[in-house]
Design a binder for this molecule. Structure first.
Ligand SMILES: [Zn+2]
Ligand SMILES: [Zn+2]
Length: 177
């Protein structure tokens, strides 16, 4: 069942027992994961599994994000899809509720006893979504003349295409007129 904070990790015990390494396995959906030509469906589950451990300076969260994306082939504009497997390792620094991180480091803030890794998961997926996906490596794309999908067969435009040498002659003919 969907929860409002599917990526929240309770770290109370972790802060009390610094030597403990906690395993987590979360799953949820995130809306608006979209770049130019690919996106993760709003109801697509994103799996996040890994470990949380107390380290000097905060809580280190290490793990893997897995999900599926959909998009539009950059050559034929047809539907295309794929999967993402992203490894991550991020440090969460504790701040006062509503507080900000002091430095500009590459860390994420958390307050209280809960770390919500949702924002981090969102950042990671947005970085990994393909900007120019292909439906297949050998996609032939669309015909520049008639716009038909070349993967479905030859549209015949190649034969009617004007040879550039003849095109030059046409210009000469025009001049003579
Ligand atoms: Zn294609
Ligand atoms: Zn054509």
């Amino acid at each position: 069942m969907s929860s409002k904070y599917p990526f929240a990790i309770g770290v109370t015990r972790l802060r009390k027992e610094p030597a403990w390494v906690m395993n987590f396995d979360l799953s949820g959906a995130i809306a608006d994961l979209k770049v130019a030509s690919s996106y993760v469906m709003d109801d697509q589950l994103i799996d996040v599994a890994g470990t949380a451990e107390w380290v000097h300076g905060g809580i280190l969260i290490t793990g893997k994000i897995s999900t599926q994306w959909e998009g539009e082939c950059r050559r034929c504009l047809g539907p295309t899809s794929g999967s993402l497997q992203i490894s991550f390792r991020e440090l969460y620094e504790r701040v006062e509720p509503g507080g900000e991180l002091a430095g500009e480091g590459d860390t994420y803030p958390y307050s209280g006893d809960i770390i919500d890794v949702g924002e981090m998961v969102k950042d990671q997926v947005l970085l990994e979504l393909p900007l120019a996906p292909l439906c297949k490596d050998e996609c032939k794309g669309l015909c520049v003349s008639c716009g038909s999908d070349q993967n479905l067969g030859d549209c015949g435009c190649v034969e009617t295409e004007i040879d550039p040498r003849w095109q030059a002659l046409d210009i000469l003919v025009d001049k003579d007129r």
